[in-house]
Design a protein around this ligand. Structure first.
Ligand code: NAP
Length: 312
């Protein structure tokens, strides 16, 4: 990977301009390089806010931007970014799985999950991929005792794989994945073939009712709730009726962080459930990605958290 230049002492950013809202803008010069988020959509993303705050804190001559990219353009975009002054990437919806085949090197965790959210260039100028979502997902659950508990994972895409790995790391005794799509569910189940505490069900299956009622933790890994919709039913994965059996002992974790709280979290909170949104995961995975790009640099959690609070 190309060297990231530390331009000044940590926390001191001399070349900065403050606008009327109190935000700092770093001076961009011909030496400034960049890291990008690739996905579709990306306009909801708060990664530019937290990463640019971290770059400023570390005094890196680096900016973070979000680039929308359609499925059909992914290979061209990724190969082109390799040739210009790009020092790393984050990958988001819907490319976390497809990007796997475009990496020349992957970490053991990315290889197991076949899902990648962070890339950097190796010494040959080729993309090397890893997954920081697993550690990000676990972050808000670490302080809870979830040994031998039952979880439901809603959705079977890229983030679902990281969530399942996180739940295995936390010693959940039963993990049920509920998906709308038999093909992606089967693919995901193959990834975890040796883990017999994982089960897959389609969203139309009647068994879901009892499972929802009995779950200790339910995690929404679908993007449903991200886009505002006047039809309430469209704001809930598999429709609002699906969630009726929910009871107050269940923790509801929605990976979505914008908007927050989602309709699902508001509904669950009214039922008396503990709710967790995607903000802490966003920051925790972002800290790990930053460390991957910079070969180990660290930033306090509060730097990213404060930047988010100020922005929102
Ligand atoms: P993805 O790979 O595209 O997977 C999305 C999954 O949701 C797929 O299983 C998809 O089903 C399903 N889905 C999509 N629309 C649906 C609908 N209308 N009804 C039911 N299921 C639907 O996306 P991802 O990368 O896993 O991301 C998913 C969400 O997690 C996004 O909102 C993303 O922002 C969020 N996320 C947050 C964080 C964080 O740090 N907080 C980290 C990672 C992801 P099909 O298989 O049929 O397409």
């Amino acid at each position: 990977m190309g060297v990231i230049i530390v331009t000044q002492e940590r926390g001191v950013v001399p070349e900065q301009i403050t606008n009327s809202f109190g935000f700092f803008f770093k001076m961009i010069t011909s030496k400034t390089s960049f890291i990008a988020l690739i996905g579709n959509p990306v306009s909801h993303s708060l990664s530019p806010i937290i990463q640019n705050a971290a770059f400023r804190y570390l005094g890196l001559d680096l900016i973070y931007i979000a680039i929308p990219c359609k499925n059909k353009d992914l290979e061209l975009v990724i190969n082109s970014l390799r040739k210009i002054n790009c020092k790393g990437l984050n990958i988001t919806i819907p490319h976390k799985q497809k990007i796997f085949d475009l990496c020349h090197e992957v970490s053991p965790i990315a290889n197991k999950l076949k899902a990648i959210n962070t890339l950097k260039l190796n010494s040959y100028g080729e993309w090397s991929g890893t997954n920081t979502d697993v550690e990000g997902f676990i972050y808000p659950l670490k302080s809870l005792n979830l040994n031998n508990k039952k979880a439901i994972v809603v959705g079977s895409g890229g983030a679902a794989r990281s969530v399942i790995q996180g739940l295995l790391n936390l010693n959940f005794s039963k993990i049920t994945v509920i998906a709308r799509n038999a093909n992606s569910l089967n693919e995901l189940m193959k990834n975890f073939g040796e883990e017999n505490q994982i089960h897959g069900l389609l969203s139309s299956d009647e068994k879901n009712f009892n499972l929802i009622e009995e779950a200790d933790l339910i995690v929404n890994t679908t993007p449903v709730g991200m886009i505002r919709d006047s039809n309430q039913d469209n704001l809930f994965p598999y429709g609002k009726t699906f969630w009726e059996p929910l009871n107050s002992k269940t923790i509801i974790y929605d990976l979505i962080y914008n908007p927050t709280p989602t309709a699902l979290l508001k509904f669950s909170s009214k039922k008396g459930c503990i709710t967790i949104d995607g903000t802490q995961m966003l920051i925790a995975q972002g800290l790990k990605s930053l460390s991957f790009w910079t070969d180990g640099l660290e930033v306090p959690f509060e730097i990213m958290h404060d930047a988010l609070k100020k922005y929102l």
